[in-house]
Design a protein around this ligand. Sequence first.
Ligand code: BES
Ligand code: ZN
Ligand code: ZN
Length: 493
Amino acid sequence: MRIDVIAKKDWTGRVLVGLMFEGDKTPLALPGEEGRGYAAVAADEKFAGQFRKTSLLRANSGNSKLILAGLGKRREFELDRVRSAVARALKRAEDIGVDSVGLLVPESSEVKGDLADFVGAAVEGAILSSYRFDKYRTPKPDDSKPVVELVLVSANPKGASAAIRKAVAEAVARSEAVCFARDLANEPPSPKPPEKMAEIAMALAKQGRIAVRVMHKAELEKLGMGGILRVGAGSHEPPCLVHFTYTPVTKSKKTVVVIGKGITFDSGGLSLKPATGMEAMKDDMSGAGAVLALFKWLGSVDVPAMVHGLAPFAENMPGGGAQKPGDVIRHYNGKTAEVISTDAEGRHLLADCLAYGSTLRPDLMIDMATLTGACVVALGDEYSALLGTDQRAIDRLISVGRKQGEFFWQLPLPERYKSHMKSKVADMKHTGKPGVAGTIVAGLFLKEFVDEGVPWVHIDIAGPSFTKEDWDYSPAGATGVPVRTIAALLKGL
Ligand code: BES
Ligand code: ZN
Ligand code: ZN
């Protein structure tokens, strides 16, 4: 999507979008007689600025149109409403066959909070909602086409301020990273085996201050990464581990490690999943996809920390060499785990990486994974679970996420449930009791691989990584959660 910023006097387009709070007498950036006139016409159609509602009006001049989009009541305002409202407006434009729209930028006195944040959210709503994954589709004549250009129309005759332009550029970088994460997870499973993912990762090293190293099978064997190797052993596509490093412009003492589960297809292995719905398991690499997206983003921004990214890739298949229930896996830190279900594979990749990441002595280590079906049962498809040892980071993720429209909820990590993983043949079983606290026990398993003293947060994104239906600004398919939240967290360190 093209994004432009111009002064109102230079605007020559056909469709303008205005945002409006419920209860206001005029839309934002359309004060006085003119705005009151539009609001009155819209009111005839029962539009009064309600959240998620839109109204299509004929504009006073020429043959141009005005789309009003509701933000809801001022006292219920949350920044994320801007993304949703802009997405709705662009949908309305798409329905009438328009491919370029202008968006009226409000005055800072008209909005609560920072205007730059407001404009950034508007740009995000536009880019994220016009995302499509159509590389494998033959276009049909009656397909509607998403808006391809958003022009920010500023009342200021000199155009927008430097702060607004900066916010726009940042929103574009964030949104493009999210679209990249969506592309990776929407891609069918066979064209994205582990080694192909590593190639895509390597290409990111061309930008900015990023270095990438790929550890192939032979090196993983030397290092003793039994988790990644055994999970990948049932496929003829060899597993691998990608290690990214971002070095900040100004020297920083802080180090952050981000890790993501990268199962390019989860058949369940010998503990085969039911056939129904198995196609969704192409997105079981969303955590690793988020790591790649974050490093794409880090290629164009500065954050005040050294950032390591670990993306372990494997295909979980039931081939001849596959791990078997009853096997024992030895991980990078030497700890062994008895395999009960080969479908509980993700935790083994993460275990190796959490142990390896601990050796980098980070100030914060975050892992992201489509880890447990139990998480979807507990929190549904809009909330990710947070578990970990760094309460400040957990609180921060919840509050930063809310502004981003990405939702998180903390689950406990009670030591007493560790007894569920008792094993007679290994240091522990890799799962607990069937149907009992699956997300929590997975978290307790992971904790065994985090060194004492390393602040750590695990994010289970099994629910929000994918949406079956179109949602405000996430078309059906991969959502790119939690890329924006982690980006905002890193930026704010
Ligand atoms: N990738 C799945 C988890 C998943 C399920 C993600 C549904 C998104 C939607 C994971 O590898 C898995 O299969 N976990 C098992 C663990 C169980 C065997 C302990 C599960 O949740 O059923
Ligand atoms: Zn699985
Ligand atoms: Zn999985």
